[in-house]
Ligand binder design. Structure first.
Ligand code: SF4
Length: 366
């Protein structure tokens, strides 16, 4: 059993034709239904649905409050290392980009963790560039063991692992996994992942499922919007999430919506995802998968993040640094530019003003 078989089934459909043929009546019919099938989700992603964003937004807001309440979960990322052996055409950490790479030692990791914890953050996402050589599982395990005293919950966003390695990290204190397929279109995947182990499409595609089998409590997936037609990428990422939801009933699932940002290098996105497109994706996700979390990082600007909140967002990163050592040192290179630079205090205040409860801890490790 693997999501790849489902991917192949949907890949054979002419999605462009479905998007082109959808009409206003189709959208109205879908919005009148209680629960949506994948065919309905395609209608909500179609160009004609942009005329119905207001109705979609009202229902999305209702569904979000019904399933999650008026709460937003807050977390912060911690970059441990920017060494990477892959050549991804779209990323500033790409092995071909020459800059001084950095890897934190355990003492530095502890200091970064302390600095983040002092702000009040309890949920940490630790990240590395993808290099087994520079950031072996033993190093990540040591980092988790050093950080678990400061945080009630630790997620990882690292290279894909085997099931046994995920189990090892869960044993050390990890409880969540974030892994982005980047692009579901297999042919584009091959083109933009020029060299390195990341070229293996299927090994990456099956990583969330290996994590689920290993016992991860929470899994966050998503595409990197901009690498292919965003409508198709939104479709495949949601179908992937639904597959995990159906097969791993206890799993807490979330989708992220990273868009390509300016970085060191000159990659041009194939598909530009406008703010309006992003709104449509969030609404369509929420209506198709009402119980799945939707996470928004500080890649997006302040105003946009504030305005997107009522549409279905359940999780925000706050006061983030995307540089290795970025919380305590000042000489690192950011993986991507941060657009929302507000402090945790400011974000908490804003959420309360808008009637949301900021949640810093929803899990306690025993
Ligand atoms: S996207 Fe990840 S794997 Fe690719 S170059 Fe950047 S850090 Fe490395």
């Amino acid at each position: 059993m693997s999501f790849y078989n489902e991917y192949l089934k949907y890949k054979g459909l002419n999605l462009d034709d479905v998007f082109k043929r959808a009409n206003d009546n189709d959208v109205r019919r879908v919005l009148a239904k209680d629960s949506l099938e994948w065919e309905d989700f395609l209608i909500l992603l179609s160009p004609v649905a942009t005329k119905h964003l207001e109705e979609m937004a009202q229902r999305a807001n209702k569904e979000t409050i019904q399933n999650f309440g008026r709460v937003i979960f807050l977390y912060a990322p911690l970059y441990l290392s920017d060494h990477c052996v892959n050549q991804c055409a779209y990323c500033g950490f790409n092995v071909k980009n020459k800059f001084k790479r950095k890897k934190l030692n355990i003492e530095e990791i502890r200091r970064e963790g302390e600095a983040i914890a002092k702000k009040g953050i309890k949920h940490l996402l630790i990240l590395t560039g993808e290099s087994r050589k520079h950031s072996p599982v033993s190093y990540i395990k040591e980092a988790v063991e050093a950080l678990k005293d400061y945080f009630s919950s630790i997620d990882i966003e690292i290279y894909p692992l085997y099931k046994g390695e995920y189990e090892e990290l869960i044993e050390a204190g990890v409880d969540g996994l974030t892994i982005y397929q980047e692009v579901y279109n297999e042919e584009i995947y091959d083109q933009v992942h020029i060299t390195g182990p990341k070229k293996d499409y299927r090994y990456r595609l099956d990583a969330p499922e290996r994590g689920a089998k290993a016992g991860m409590r929470r899994i966050n997936i998503g595409p990197l919007f901009g690498l292919d037609d965003w409508r198709k990428e939104a479709f495949f990422s949601a179908i992937h999430t639904q597959y995990l939801q159906k097969n791993y009933l206890d799993l807490e699932l979330a989708l992220s919506l990273p868009r390509l940002r300016p970085h060191l290098g000159s990659f041009q996105p194939k598909s530009i995802v406008s703010d309006r497109d992003l709104v449509q994706i969030i609404l369509a996700y929420r209506l198709f998968l009402p119980r799945v979390g939707i996470s928004l990082s500080t890649r997006e600007g302040e105003n946009l993040r504030d305005n997107l909140l009522p549409l279905g967002i359940t999780k925000l990163s706050a006061e983030s640094s995307t540089a290795v050592g970025g919380y305590t040192q000042k000489d690192s290179t950011d993986q991507f530019a941060i657009s929302d630079g507000r402090s945790l205090k400011e974000i908490k205040k804003l959420l309360l003003e808008k009637g949301y409860q900021p949640i810093l801890q929803d899990w306690h490790r025993i």
